[in-house]
Design a protein around this ligand. Structure first.
Ligand SMILES: NC(=O)c1ccc[n+]([C@@H]2O[C@H](COP(=O)([O-])OP(=O)(O)OC[C@H]3O[C@@H](n4cnc5c(N)ncnc54)[C@H](OP(=O)(O)O)[C@@H]3O)[C@@H](O)[C@H]2O)c1
Length: 315
């Protein structure tokens, strides 16, 4: 698998990353999925403290004894800032970028992952009550203690990043966003921003351009659209999804690769050097997804997929 360096860092990451949110309860299935990813050349693993209430981070720690020396060979990322089901199960889901919560959450992740540092910490979803100075204090302390090497965001717009930058001194190196052929909203916003009757709502306009301008690596979550276009039953699906699935299947057939690999190749072609975070736990599917690394879509193919995902041709 080819690699790419996070600009301004020493992190050399595989083009595809592996998301650990959907870890199965069976530990041997976890080991098999992670081993398959490693065998394919994936060296980047994405977590969050909230994934299965911490069980995904805990389960991953079994890999340290499974693969000796692994910790130094991989880039380990986790996220914090979402709180659910505490202090009582009735408490509302909320976001919390307070100094105390960031520090406490990171210590929880390090303990569950059984490691002394994370390579990247992302703030999971923008907290409207954020005080950039508090984030800065937490980041400074975690960085100085060697607990976090680099910092980034997830689901943030450019202006939200600018707000954090008023106080945060460390470079913000990543922004993890939902992007796929099925969910091309961030790309579409740039195309339709000045249409009188947009076929789709304009959301997140300029976010990808902001990341490119500021050399923030874009990570794509949901890159396989959870199988909606590539294998999940379509009997309940809307017309756009059914038609887009047919386009993806046909392109995969013509190229002799898996439909999931086509979806990933579409992301990899984007000049933002998008790093898809795949969430499959199926070893065969993980292997087939990695075919994307050797696919170079033409512009015609790329726009065919974009139009299919939009549900309408380009304006
Ligand atoms: N930052 C955020 O807010 C955020 C939000 C969500 C996720 N994430 C991160 O992104 C990662 C990926 O997210 P995701 O898992 O939603 O994305 P995904 O890769 O689009 O979806 C993976 C899911 O799709 C299924 N799937 C894929 N291809 C399929 C096919 N051909 N047929 C049937 N099922 C298929 C997989 O099932 P199998 O396991 O059976 O292959 C798995 O359940 C997560 O692990 C997490 O690390 C971040």
């Amino acid at each position: 698998m080819r690699t790419q360096t996070y600009p301004g860092t020493s992190l050399v990451a595989s083009r595809l990353a592996f998301g650990c949110m959907r870890f199965p309860t069976d530990r041997s299935a976890v080991i098999k999925a992670v081993r398959t990813a490693l065998d394919q050349g994936i060296n980047f693993f994405d977590h969050a403290d909230v994934y299965q209430a911490g069980r995904c981070e805990e389960a991953f720690s079994v890999m340290w004894s499974e693969v000796p020396g692994l910790r130094d060979q991989i880039i380990l990322q986790s996220k914090c800032g979402i709180r659910r089901g505490e202090p009582t199960p009735q408490s509302p889901t909320r976001y919390d970028f307070s100094y105390e919560h960031i520090i406490e959450a990171v210590h929880g992740s390090l303990k569950r992952l059984q490691t002394d540092h994370l390579d990247i910490l992302l703030l999971h979803r923008p907290d409207p009550l954020v005080e950039p100075e508090e984030v800065a204090r937490a980041f400074n302390e975690l960085h100085a203690a060697g607990k976090i090497r680099y910092f980034g965001l997830s689901n943030h717009t450019g202006s939200q990043i600018d707000l954090l930058k008023t106080a945060v001194a460390q470079p913000l190196i990543a922004n993890q966003l939902e992007i796929s052929v099925w969910h091309p909203t961030l790309l579409n916003s740039g195309v339709i921003f000045n249409q009188d009757l947009p076929l789709h709502p304009v959301r997140g306009e300029g976010t990808l351009e902001y990341c490119r301008t500021h050399k923030i690596t874009v990570q794509a979550w949901g890159p396989l659209a959870a199988g909606r276009l590539t294998g999940k039953p379509l009997d309940q699906a809307d017309e756009r999804t059914v038609k887009a699935a047919a386009v993806v299947q046909e392109m995969a057939r013509a190229r002799g690769v898996s439909p999931d690999a086509i979806l990933l190749a579409w992301l990899l072609k984007h000049p933002a050097k998008i790093q898809p975070i795949i969430g499959s736990m199926n070893p065969q599917r993980i292997k087939e997804s990695c075919q994307a690394d050797s696919i170079e879509l033409t512009r015609e193919e790329w726009y065919t997929l974009f139009g299919a995902g939009r549900g309408s041709p380009m304006p």
